[in-house]
Design a protein around this ligand. Structure first.
Ligand code: ZN
Ligand code: ZN
Length: 144
């Protein structure tokens, strides 16, 4: 069940988008790539239809064989992670205009979380191996 399309933007406003969440929930990824990329765990929302007002303002970094990460070419905001085929598309929860509408549901790659922080939210926690098993056979690995 999809939610309604929601708007968001990067820090400078150079990238504006409208995206339709697959579910009105937020997940966090503790993997080392997400933490390097975003300066902390990536907090994201799975989305289906993601439309950018100006595609040319969006930079795309190919971070692995199956996935890529998007950012604002001007301010550098971390905006999305998606598989190359775009079948899996997650958008930064806090790029949306109202991130409080997404309850925090799942933490993935909990086995890669460093010991110097921990969220107090009551979430489902999954290791990288559990996440990869869940997505085995799907279009791509869920992260990296
Ligand atoms: Zn920007
Ligand atoms: Zn990650």
């Amino acid at each position: 069940m999809s939610a309604a399309p929601l708007s968001g933007r990067c820090l400078c406003g150079g990238v504006r988008f409208v995206a339709t969440p697959e579910k009105m929930t937020m997940d966090a990824c503790h993997c080392s790539m997400c933490r390097r990329w975003g300066g902390g765990p990536a907090m994201t929302v799975f989305c289906t239809d993601v439309q950018f007002e100006d595609e040319s303002a969006v930079g795309v970094y190919v971070s692995s064989e199956w996935a890529e990460r998007g950012f604002c070419k001007t301010c550098g905001s971390s905006l999305f992670w998606r598989t190359h085929d775009q079948k899996m598309f997650t958008v930064s929860a806090h790029a949306f205009d109202n991130p409080e509408q997404f309850p925090f549901e799942v933490e993935i790659y909990i086995d890669q979380k460093p010991a110097n922080y921990a969220f107090a939210n009551d979430t489902k926690k999954m290791t990288g191996a559990e996440v990869e098993a869940m997505f085995a056979g799907a279009s791509g690995a869920p992260d990296q």
